[in-house]
Design a protein around this ligand. Structure first.
Ligand SMILES: [Zn+2]
Length: 139
């Protein structure tokens, strides 16, 4: 049987998220910061999730983050990820506050991951798209 390569699904780019993806192409990970209450968040949305004001700007993240939670996939729920098993999906909190779901990379032993573990941003390419991923910070 000949197995056909299946592409990994890519994130959706829309008018609101286009600057986010463009910044990653330039090597920057950005998040939204409310101009009124200073709340910071991801993913981008039109209003601040705290005060509902539609006034906000993009800020560049430092790249420092911590591990909130994670799961190690041993089964591919999409055929394109079959060749990556096992892989780690995590909830990551940026030093600036926003949280996102990402992948952890360069994890030698997933059994040694710890809540609050320091992480560092690494921007990788998924087909033609720059995506934010995180690796455990080495002290
Ligand atoms: Zn606000």
């Amino acid at each position: 049987m000949i197995e056909t390569a299946i592409d990994v699904p890519l994130p959706v780019h829309d008018e609101l998220s286009a600057p986010y993806w463009a910044a990653l192409e330039e090597g920057r990970h950005v998040f939204a910061r409310c101009s009124v209450c200073r709340n910071a968040w991801l993913p981008p949305r039109r209003e601040c999730p705290r005060c509902l004001e539609p006034a906000w700007t993009w800020e560049t993240a430092s790249g420092a983050a911590r591990l909130i939670s994670w799961v190690v996939y041993h089964i591919a729920f999409h055929p394109a990820f079959k060749g990556r098993l096992p892989y780690t999906v995590a909830i990551v909190e940026l030093a600036e506050g926003p949280r996102l779901i990402s992948n952890l990379v360069d994890v030698d032993d997933p059994e040694r991951l710890q809540i609050d573990q320091p992480l560092r941003l690494t921007i990788e390419r998924e087909r033609d798209v720059a995506v934010p991923r995180y690796r455990p910070e080495t002290c």
